[in-house]
Design a protein around this ligand. Structure first.
Ligand SMILES: *Cc1c(COP(=O)(O)O)cnc(C)c1O
Length: 381
């Protein structure tokens, strides 16, 4: 028995709030190298973390190489070049933007800002699991509201869940893991019901993939609703998930409050360089949006041809349901070298999974693997 087993910090752990002890640590999509190690496979197709398959623009990689000579210097705590770039692309002022170590850090800063014992944060379920993790780890603030039967945010029920204790409402739009969205008309009706002292956080990590005409325009809505914040990410369409950078857009007063609770060097030098460079190529972002739409069609048609049900998506992934209602499909797919994200832990049923768009070749390889798994039966032999 190691000393760590014989001597435990029980008395320390017992003093941690029960809501924190009850949390389950976040389970990320299985990394490619882990599957290679465990199964001894050379070629892996990973469609489990909603990453864009082609990686960053070449100009971003070039800019990063040049930045290597500066790694001994702290990053710019004022994000000067990043603010130049983002205010050129969007109709927004420099004091209306806050950068973070991924959109995840922005979400954490927002919860940190409003956290107070007895107060509440409202969010949907199933949605991005980080809202629950953050809300519960700050004073057990979480209030979760089920999606509708069509896997869409139930904005009426969310508005009903707001009480005088509510400090923030998280609306993941489009929603991860369902790919569904709420329209501008529905969102406006909801915003009209939300008191102005409650922050409405639109998590728009997938906004660049959206093609629906009635999707909410944050820049229009913010003129009317001062309690609205948009949270965005460079991990998805910009494909620099490894560097960790995201941002919030909102009223200068709200951004100013978030500035008070952030760390000075929260965004590393490489992330700043990469994001500032990537923002300059909006034409490529538009191309990626089109490419992703074609790949979604390929993936969606292939899934339906194989008897899987899919939920309509405005993102780079589908929530899908296998005909067999069995979790064993995912183990069998792994042995075929394909990583998807099982969703049964989200309460969506045994055969539910999330799969993102890969390249045309990766999508085809996934569909062929699915054929082999279904042909062998879901016992996964
Ligand atoms: C991926 C994702 C994020 C996290 O983005 P990072 O910038 O990588 O932290 C935030 N929200 C949703 C809904 C996501 O799917």
């Amino acid at each position: 028995m190691s000393s760590a087993e014989s001597r435990k910090p029980t008395r320390f752990v017992e003093r941690i709030r029960p809501a924190v002890r009850a949390l389950r640590p976040y389970e990320p999509g299985k990394p490619i190298e882990e599957v290679q190690r465990e199964l001894g496979l050379d070629h892996i197709v990973k469609l489990a973390s909603n990453e864009y398959p082609e990686g960053p623009f070449p100009e971003v990689k070039d800019a990063l190489r040049a930045e290597m000579d500066e790694l001994h210097r702290y990053p710019d705590a004022t994000w000067h070049h990043l603010l130049d770039a983002v205010t050129e692309v969007y109709p927004i002022g420099r004091d209306e933007v806050l950068f973070g170590n991924g959109a995840n850090e922005i979400l954490e800063l927002i919860v940190h800002l409003v956290a107070r014992d007895g107060d509440e944060i409202v969010y949907a379920h199933p949605s991005f699991p980080i809202y629950g993790l953050l809300s519960q780890s700050h004073f057990d603030m979480g209030v979760s509201v089920p999606l509708t039967g069509d896997h869409v945010h139930d904005l009426d029920a969310m508005a009903d869940a707001i009480t005088p204790r509510t400090r923030a409402v998280m609306v993941c739009n489009p929603n991860n893991p369902t790919g569904t969205y709420v329209s501008e008309a529905d969102l406006v009706r909801f915003l009209e019901r939300v008191p102005e002292d409650v922050l409405v956080v639109l998590d728009e990590a997938y906004v660049e993939f959206v093609t629906a005409d009635d999707f909410p325009d944050f820049f229009r809505l913010r003129e009317r609703f001062v309690n609205l914040v948009s949270v965005r990410s460079f991990s998805k369409i910009y494909s620099i998930a490894a560097l960790r950078i995201g941002y919030a857009l909102g009223h200068p007063e709200v951004i100013g409050m978030l500035q008070r609770v952030r760390q000075p060097f929260n965004v590393n030098r490489l992330a700043q360089k990469a994001a500032a460079t990537a923002l300059r190529y909006q034409d490529r972002v538009a191309e990626r949006r089109e490419t992703n739409r074609r790949r979604l069609d390929q993936l969606g048609e292939g899934l339906q041809e194989r008897g899987c049900r899919i939920v309509p998506s405005q993102t780079n992934f589908y929530l899908a349901f296998t005909p067999q209602e069995s979790t064993e499909v995912f183990g069998a797919l792994l042995r075929e070298g394909v990583i998807v994200r099982p969703m049964h832990s989200f309460g969506l049923g045994e055969g539910s999974f999330r799969v993102n768009t890969g390249t045309e070749e990766e999508n085809a390889a996934f569909l062929r693997a699915l054929d082999r798994v279904f042909a062998a039966g879901t016992t996964g032999v």
